[in-house]
Design a protein around this ligand. Structure first.
Ligand code: AQP
Length: 355
């Protein structure tokens, strides 16, 4: 009996231009984790169908997210980069998890409530079952760690609930087949097939907010383009958006506590910290007591400095369809082999006839 092998998995939807929130909250962490762990990074194209079923540029958006991964420094040879729909086992395991998870669990998800709005009865079944597919993405590789932004915390908790219920419901069969691993669940040690995956959330940029409203997260679907910095924005656009970002009239405080109740100021300080790889304290150590007329140009320069090389590399890689498609094909084959190994055992555990 051995502990689960450490493995990182995460995904990004091809639903539009990537923004600074996606970059700082997720992709920068993906890049850093490559140094210490085996990583699988996925463009979750099946998930994107929950937002928009008829999608003329899905293929190009899939290539563009892949290009963002590669331009940011993800190494597709040492790790795995692929698009979800190439590995059909994601949908197969999601179906089994649909039968494990409870409708009440899905109904409680804040992302479902936000995205379905008032007319929940008219939302797609896919939108409701989104977290079940996400659990399948992660558990298909028995991933132990998932770097995500704070908005995904609840979905990660649900992934653990699904893993735990599967492990419980099939505990006798898992023991009979001898495919379990000892897992610590609270005080208890249980013998399970799926790990209790840990979310990796944190740092100053775990939740980047809209530049127009410090109470709303920066999002691809915000109708105002001024609310976000897209990875593809040019230097002038980045500077203009930061100049127009909502702030309050006071100078920056010298201590992090002084940001309480000042969401827009806190957001801009968090963005600076995330881009510069320092803490908010260090940013305030440098800019405490200064007005936004001083801080905003410094933030704009830093953002241009950090994002322009990524944007240029993204444009170069996106244009090379043969290269991007080759990376996804190769990653899909490697992911598919790992996925099939898991699914053979899952089918045995559930009792499906195969072979
Ligand atoms: N504002 C954010 N701050 C920090 N992290 C964020 N993420 C998203 N927004 C922020 C993280 O980016 C990763 C990929 O996100 P996604 O595209 O798969 O899903 P999403 O959360 O639906 O992204 P958007 O841009 O906010 O899209 P819409 O507008 O559709 O809601 C995830 O790790 C996410 O946490």
């Amino acid at each position: 009996m051995s502990a689960f092998k450490p493995l990182v998995f995460s995904g990004v939807q091809p639903t539009g231009n990537l923004h600074l929130g996606n970059y700082l909250g997720a992709i920068k962490k993906f890049v850093a984790l490559q140094e210490t762990s085996d990583c699988i990074y996925c463009v979750v194209d099946l998930h994107s169908l929950t937002a928009q079923l008829v999608h003329a540029d899905l293929q190009d958006q899939t290539r563009s997210i892949t290009a963002a991964f590669l331009a940011s420094g993800i190494d597709p040879k040492k790790h795995i980069v692929f698009n979800q729909s190439r590995v059909m086992q994601h949908a197969e395991l999601a179906w089994i998890f649909n039968c494990v998870a409870r409708i009440g669990w899905m109904n409680r998800m804040t992302q479902f409530k936000d995205k379905a709005g008032k007319d929940r009865e008219n939302a797609s079944l896919g939108l409701l079952a989104y977290p079940s597919l996400m659990a399948a993405d992660i558990l298909l590789y028995r991933a132990t760690h998932v770097p995500v932004g704070e908005d995904q915390k609840q979905h990660l908790e649900l992934t653990r609930d699904i893993a735990q219920k599967f492990n419980n419901d099939f505990s006798a069969r898992i023991a009979e087949l001898g495919v379990g691993v000892e897992i610590q669940v609270g005080e208890e040690t249980v013998n399970g097939f799926f790990p209790m995956t840990e979310p990796l959330i944190g740092g100053p940029a775990a939740r980047i907010m809209s530049l127009r409203d410090g109470s709303k997260k920066m999002s691809k679907s915000d109708p105002s383009d001024l609310s976000r910095i897209n990875l593809t924005d040019d230097a002038d656009t980045i500077s203009k958006k930061i100049k127009k970002a909502k702030t309050d009239p006071d100078a920056l405080p010298s201590e992090v506590d002084g940001l309480a109740g000042r969401p827009e100021a806190e957001n801009l300080v968090g963005i600076y910290a995330g881009l510069a790889d320092i803490g908010k304290e260090a940013v305030l150590g440098q800019f405490g007591g200064q007005q936004f007329s001083v801080f905003k140009p410094a933030l704009a320069d830093l953002a241009v400095d950090k994002l322009a090389p990524v944007a240029a590399e993204m444009r170069r890689i996106s244009a090379d369809h043969a290269y991007v498609d080759g990376v996804l094909r190769d990653g899909g084959e490697r992911a598919g082999n790992l996925a099939e190994t898991t699914m053979k055992t899952v089918r045995d555990i559930v009792g499906l006839l195969q072979g």
